[in-house]
Each structure stands twice: as structure tokens, then as C-alpha cells.
Design a protein around this ligand. Structure first.
Ligand code: ADP
Ligand code: MG
Length: 475
């Protein structure tokens, strides 16, 4: 469940933005999945969060969880923490949106922006001079796999963590999406926290910085905003490309940078491009960003991809053999987040359907895994392949399968096509019905039920279907 929820959060982050995830979804978790009634139970910290999510994100939740749980038409129910549980959970969700409900309601109703959170409440209390919850404890140097693509960035990050403010200040790490920039920033933070717990370490994404800056202006708290940064020993600022065209934010940040830099406080940036290439960034800021060390991360080679997958399989307890990891690595996915997503999908599919994780199963799950974001095309590809192979095996033409002809033979093959499409793709029942000549989804459900029963009753039929399935997977 945790894996599914993590995967879900990643998708929401991409669709709705990290602020929405940080503000609302991080506080929620997938408590229970009741397969028989197709009901997902989500637990939120309080009624306020519950209602907000229900009113704004229910459709998103349904769409993505339906797909991730490989089912259809799920129901979503919410529960809130009882007071006792709330006490316990605080340790598990340190990054939960620490919402001051009254203030929050007031602000949100006037702005309709979930990101508008009291900065005061959004910052965890400053015990031992660290900000708990800001760092992801899993992103460490230990869990980072070093390969030719990232060795410079890794070495620089490690050196910085051992010599704060004394070498490579600022350190600027750049590279494409999902290649490990955020991981390295957290690794520096975690290492420093471990070795020097008294230092003040602060990680922040640039969009968070921008929001906090805007709020500080809106609520006339700019001086306070600035002071917060002045006292940091290590400032990790992620995805600075978001500062593009944000003139006032750049202005404010420029001063904060100078203050920290003059005091020899360490600053680490990440970005998806080289400083000079960030559009809409003041030149004086660009030159500050590159005055220390600029280190890049390239796309990983296949050996590094396999090594990373091994580490992730251990981390998520996914019993994937080496040949499965090689299969995943051989897909043309260079984004490591997506690579990890493919591994999680394979593991989740096996465990949710109670099947052993074999090479063949992995192949099936990955058959239409989106490569380079081309999910739609891949799905259509496999739907077409199913019709083509069935048409060959049963001597029925594809136009006949898509037609409204009801002759027994055609209808039976059509039903098999629904079954295979549901089994081998992540398409919704509606998409499947639409694809095969515009059938409604109850027709598709009925057909799938029928074929499932037939498989139980008729071993000969089951065997033939298996051969067809393999042919589709291997083609
Ligand atoms: P970016 O910030 O560059 O978009 P992230 O740091 O968020 O990428 O990395 C995406 C995912 O890939 C994370 O789960 C991260 O742990 C993992 N990852 C990236 N590079 C490595 C690596 N070299 N070793 C282990 N995990 C990695
Ligand atoms: Mg990142």
C-alpha cells in the first residue's frame, strides 16, 4: 500500500505540483484497500484536510488509484485520526502540513490557493537547530549509486558535506529530471545533520521559496522572512530554474545569498540547466550561481541503471531477480524516477495479484510501460496487437470484431479481446469498450467475467489463451 501511495504522490506531484503534495497529500495515507468492495480508505489528520481533498482532488485520486491498483471503479472513503493516533502519527509524518486551521480557512477562502499557508506554522519548530521533516532520511550518500554519469556531482556533494563553506561555495548541481539532484541535496543535508547536529540545515524547493516570499510580502513579514535565512549554516535550494522571470524573488534572494556567502555559509543549488541557460534570470545572479563549482549529472548507462535498480529493489523489498532488473534497465527510460516506477509497478502487480514475481510476469507488466512519456501510443499499440493476434488465431477479421455483428463466433472472440485487454494493459473499461467498436463498460465487465469462468471450467481453453497471451507479450 505504501508503494502504491508513494507512486501516487509522484504522479500527483507532476500533475498538480509539489506544493499541492506538500500541503495536502503528504498528510494523508492509504490506510486500507478492500479488494472485494473495491474501496480505498484514506486517512487524513483532520476533517478539514479530508474535506479539502474530497472537494478538490477526488477525481484525480480515483483516476490514478484505479490504474495503480489495476482495477476499475474504485470507491474512496476517508477517515480521520483519532486523538491518540494523532500523537503517534506525528513521528511518522513530520512533514505534514502543520495547518493552523482558523488562519488557513480564512486565507484559503480569500485566495483559493492551498499553497497559502502560514509560514510560521509551516516551519517545524527549531529544536537542536535543525528543521525536522525538511530532509528525506532515505536520500543519503549510502543509498546513492555512483556511476560515470554522476561521479563529479557526487564527489563534489560529498566534499561539501565534509567541509561546509570551505570548498566549492556555492555548489551548483544541474541535470535532467529524475537524475538524482534532489537526492544529492538531501544527502548533503543528512550527512551534515549526522556529523554536526548543532548546525542549522535547511532544504527548500524554489517554488516553496517563491511562495513564502510572496506571503511575506502579502502579510508584511518580509523582514522576518529574511532573518530566517540569515541564520542558516547550510542552505539547500532545489530547482532554482523556477526563479526564472520572478524578478522580485530574485532580488530578495540575491541579498540573502550575499549575506550567507559573506559569512562563509554553505549554499547548494540544483537546476535542470546550466546557470547561463536559465532564462529570465538576472545576470548578477547567474554569475553568483556559477562562482563556486558547477557539476552536472548525465543520463545513466545501463550498468548504473542496473545497480540503482538493485538498490531500490532492496529498499522496497521487491524480490526481483537480476534478469528482471536487466529487463527494466533495458527499457529506454533514463529518468531514474521512472525506472524506479517501473520496478514498483512490477512488484506491486505481483503482490496485488498474488503471483510470484517471474521474468514473464515482469515482461507482461512492462509491455506497455510508458517509455519517454508515450503511454497513450503504447496502449493503443498493444490493443491493436491483441486484435491482430486474436484475428489470426480464430480466423475472424478485425473489422468484424469491431462491428456490431452478434454471430456466436465473433462475439466470443470479442469477449476474449476484452479479457486480454484488461489483463495486459492499464486501460480503463471504457477505453477498452470504445476501442472495440464502442461497447459500454457493463458489456466489457460481463465479457471479462464470462471468460474468467470459462478459464476455470475449460482447461483446453485456458491453455490456448495462455499461448495467445504469451505471443502478445513477446511480440
Ligand atoms: P531530480 O531531483 O534530479 O529530478 P531525484 O533526486 O528526485 O531527481 O531522483 C529521482 C529518484 O531517483 C529518487 O528516488 C532518487 O532516489 C533516485 N535516484 C536518482 N539517482 C540515483 C542514484 N545515483 N542512486 C540511487 N538512486 C537515485
Ligand atoms: Mg528534484
Amino acid at each position: 500500500m505504501q508503494l502504491i501511495w508513494d507512486e501516487f504522490l509522484k504522479i500527483i506531484k507532476e500533475e498538480a505540483g509539489s506544493q499541492v503534495v506538500e500541503t495536502w497529500f503528504k498528510a494523508v495515507y492509504l490506510k486500507h484497500w478492500e479488494a472485494t468492495t473495491k474501496t480505498v480508505i484514506l486517512q487524513a489528520p483532520n476533517q478539514f484536510v479530508c474535506n479539502w481533498i474530497k472537494n478538490h482532488y477526488l477525481n484525480l485520486i480515483k483516476t490514478h488509484l484505479t490504474r495503480l491498483l489495476h482495477t476499475q471503479e474504485i470507491k474512496v472513503e476517508f477517515t480521520t485520526l483519532t486523538q491518540n493516533e494523532e500523537k503517534d502519527k506525528k513521528n511518522i509524518f513530520p512533514a505534514a502540513p502543520l495547518i493552523n486551521q482558523k488562519q488557513e480557512t480564512k486565507q484559503i477562502s480569500s485566495n483559493h490557493l492551498p499553497s497559502v499557508i502560514s509560514t510560521k506554522n509551516n516551519l517545524p519548530t527549531k529544536k537542536n537547530n535543525v528543521f525536522p521533516g525538511r530532509l528525506n532520511g532515505k536520500y543519503t550518500f549510502d543509498s546513492f549509486v555512483v556511476g560515470p554519469c554522476n561521479s563529479l556531482a557526487h564527489a563534489a556533494a560529498y566534499a561539501v558535506s565534509q567541509n561546509l563553506g570551505r570548498v566549492y561555495n556555492p555548489l551548483f548541481i544541474y541535470g535532467g529530471t529524475g537524475l538524482g539532484k534532489t537526492h544529492l541535496l538531501h544527502a548533503i543535508g543528512n550527512e551534515v545533520k549526522k556529523n554536526m547536529p548543532n548546525l542549522t540545515v535547511y532544504y527548500e524547493t524554489s517554488d516553496n521559496f517563491i511562495n513564502n516570499f510572496i506571503n511575506s510580502i502579502r502579510f508584511d513579514k518580509h523582514e522576518k522572512f529574511r532573518q530566517k535565512y540569515q541564520n542558516l549554516d547550510l542552505f539547500l535550494l532545489d530547482d532554482i530554474q523556477f526563479f526564472s522571470n520572478k524578478k522580485q524573488t530574485q532580488e530578495s534572494f540575491f541579498h540573502i545569498f550575499n549575506l550567507l556567502f559573506e559569512q562563509k555559509k554553505q549554499i547548494v543549488f540544483s537546476s535542470d540547466t546550466f546557470p547561463q541557460e536559465i532564462a529570465g534570470l538576472q545576470n548578477r545572479l547567474k554569475s553568483r550561481l556559477e562562482c563556486g563549482l558547477v557539476a552536472d549529472i548525465q543520463t545513466p548507462d545501463i550498468e548504473t541503471k542496473i545497480a540503482i535498480l538493485k538498490k531500490k529493489a532492496d529498499l522496497h523489498n521487491i524480490p526481483a531477480s537480476d534478469d528482471i532488473l536487466e529487463l527494466i534497465a533495458s527499457k529506454s527510460i533514463s529518468n531514474i524516477r521512472e525506472l524506479e516506477g517501473a520496478l514498483i509497478r512490477v512488484g506491486a502487480f505481483a503482490s496485488l495479484t498474488n503471483q510470484p514475481l517471474t521474468y514473464k510476469l515482469a515482461q507482461k507488466v512492462l509491455i506497455n510501460f510508458k517509455e519517454n512519456g508515450n503511454e497513450q501510443e503504447d496502449d493503443t499499440l498493444i490493443l491493436n496487437k491483441i486484435l491482430k493476434i486474436l484475428s489470426k488465431h480464430y480466423s475472424v477479421s478485425i473489422p468484424e470484431l469491431r462491428s456490431h455483428k452478434r454471430s456466436k463466433n465473433i462475439a466470443a472472440v470479442r469477449q476474449i479481446s476484452f479479457y486480454l485487454m484488461k489483463k495486459l494493459t492499464f486501460c480503463s473499461l471504457k477505453a477498452i469498450g470504445d476501442f472495440v467498436g464502442g461497447r459500454d463498460h457493463s458489456t466489457v465487465i460481463h465479457a471479462i467475467d464470462k471468460i474468467e469462468k470459462l478459464i476455470q471450467q475449460d482447461p483446453q481453453f485456458a491453455k490456448k489463451l495462455k499461448i495467445i497471451e504469451e505471443e502478445i507479450s513477446l511480440n
